[in-house]
Design a protein around this ligand. Structure first.
Ligand code: NAD
Length: 432
């Protein structure tokens, strides 16, 4: 089957590469010329665990091509997946639909033969209806169906999640579209659940899922606070809770708050959509506010460890919003750093993959280190903000010798507290 992906970012690129790996002929269209030039020269434009090898393999086998030309991308497509960004509108915080509208307008005129247009982007309810009427207006002859095909991949695990989805949600009532999508996803038959729903339900499933997961993270962060004041240990509590199949063990790791390009914007968009319908989503709203406060609280904890130090320097390990990606959009690490900088502390940071993208956000406001140990030289507090495996190997003797005052604030609970303390380090975890 011929598949065209519009938007070659954190969703579009892995989806395109993995679809090619399944044997489809894939064309990825992006309007960013630099991105397409790099991809056509065999240079990856983002870091995503396990993606690069599949990218090179499928390029070599000519299963995947990259272009800026919408015409080239669209004219032979059986399925078009729209995977452009839907960032929060700067003022209203609703999902900004300008990229979706632009992509739809551009693709409409090139449609030939029956084509299914699927939204992979996370889009507000009834976007499918809007896309349908926009295409019909611009190209009345077009033979097409618009399907909602929400994406549930986790950055850092995009390749794994593509091949092992918990479910594939297909939002359409068109039998023709269902047949085509089922053919394209044939590999997954018997391996996962195909959940056929109407288009609006599918659009809601994505927002409802992300809002729920964000809430679960906020909830465990609140429980971590509760453990701290009651003398319990959040790791023991989370394991105890997670053993209940109704709750499940995932997304019960406390930390510096959720981030990334999805949960913050999708909770805001959900809240906006509810308000537009005269509904108040109290849980979603509390989650949004709680998560903003969480990052400030974390900064306050860090500052508290250096309150008696003259001109303190703080080492930050981890800038990406989670491990396995270089994505720093809405990263709690970046927000915590900005909060710290208000208090005139010096910050030096290291991340195994996200240095370039973090520097675009932080510029020269902080210092950067080439490795995790150099980031500790003569500093007063070491803060772990991203759960990279590399940081779990920290040698406490080296930490102690390098730092001026050996204090660790482990915002991801990835280090061994007892070993740190017995090495003479002042260790502060979360919820302990
Ligand atoms: P991204 O910003 O990484 O990529 C979007 C790409 O679209 C960019 O390369 C941009 O140049 C391109 N683009 C924009 N307008 C275009 C146009 N008119 N024609 C061609 N290309 C165009 O975004 P992303 O993180 O991949 O997210 C895409 C969508 O998927 C969003 O709606 C997001 O909410 C959703 N989503 C993201 C994730 C995730 O983990 N990142 C997971 C599930 C769903």
């Amino acid at each position: 089957m011929n598949i065209t992906i519009i938007g070659t970012g954190y969703v579009g690129l892995p989806t395109g590469v993995c679809m090619a790996e399944l044997g489809h002929k894939v064309i990825c269209v992006d309007r960013d010329e630099n991105k397409i030039r790099s991809l056509n020269s065999g240079i990856m434009t983002l870091f995503e665990e396990d993606l690069e090898e599949l990218f090179h393999k499928n390029r070599k086998e000519k299963n995947i091509e990259f272009t800026t030309s919408m015409k080239t991308g669209i004219e032979n497509a059986d399925l078009i997946m729209i995977a452009v960004g839907t960032p929060p509108h700067p003022i209203t915080k609703e999902a900004d639909m300008k990229y979706i509208h632009a992509a739809t307008t551009e693709l409409a005129e090139h449609l030939t033969g029956y084509t299914v247009i699927a939204t992979k982007s996370t889009v507000p309810v009834a976007t499918g209806d809007d896309i349908e009427s926009l295409i019909s207006k611009r190209n009345p002859q077009a033979d097409f169906d618009v399907v909602s095909l929400p994406e549930f991949l986790r950055e850092g695990f995009a390749v794994h999640d593509f091949f092992h989805p918990d479910r594939i949600v297909i939002g359409t009532t068109s039998e023709r579209a269902k047949t085509l999508i089922t053919q394209i996803y044939k590999y997954f038959e018997g391996k996962t659940v195909f959940h056929y729903v109407n288009r609006r339900s599918s659009e809601v499933i994505k927002y409802a899922s992300n809002a729920f997961l964000a809430m679960k993270i906020h909830y465990i962060n609140e429980m971590a606070n509760f453990c701290e004041v009651t003398g319990a240990d959040i790791s023991e509590v989370a394991t105890g809770m997670g053993l209940d199949a109704r709750i499940g063990s995932r997304f019960l790791s406390p930390g510096p708050g959720y981030g990334g390009s999805c949960f913050p914007k999708d909770t805001l968009a959900m809240s906006y959509m509810a308000r537009q319908n005269n509904l108040e989503m109290s849980l979603v709203n509390a989650t949004i506010e709680g998560n903003i406060k969480r990052k400030k609280d974390i900064a306050r904890r860090i500052l508290n460890t250096v309150k008696d130090v003259d001109k303190p320097t703080i080492s930050i390990l981890g800038l990406a919003f989670k491990q396995g990606t270089d994505d720093c959009r809405e990263s709690p690490a970046i927000d915590v750093i900005f909060e710290l900088l208000q208090y005139k502390v010096k910050v030096i940071a290291y991340d195994p993959k996200a240095m370039t993208l973090a520097q675009e956000l932080l510029n020269d406001k902080i210092g950067y280190s080439n490795n995790m140990y150099d980031a500790l030289e003569n500093t007063d507090c070491l803060v772990i903000l991203t759960e990279w495996d590399e940081f779990k190997t920290l040698d406490f003797e080296i930490v102690k010798n390098k730092m001026r005052t050996p204090t660790i604030v482990d915002c991801r609970n990835i280090l061994n507290k007892d070993q740190a303390i017995s090495s003479g380090i002042n260790y502060l975890g979360i919820g302990k």
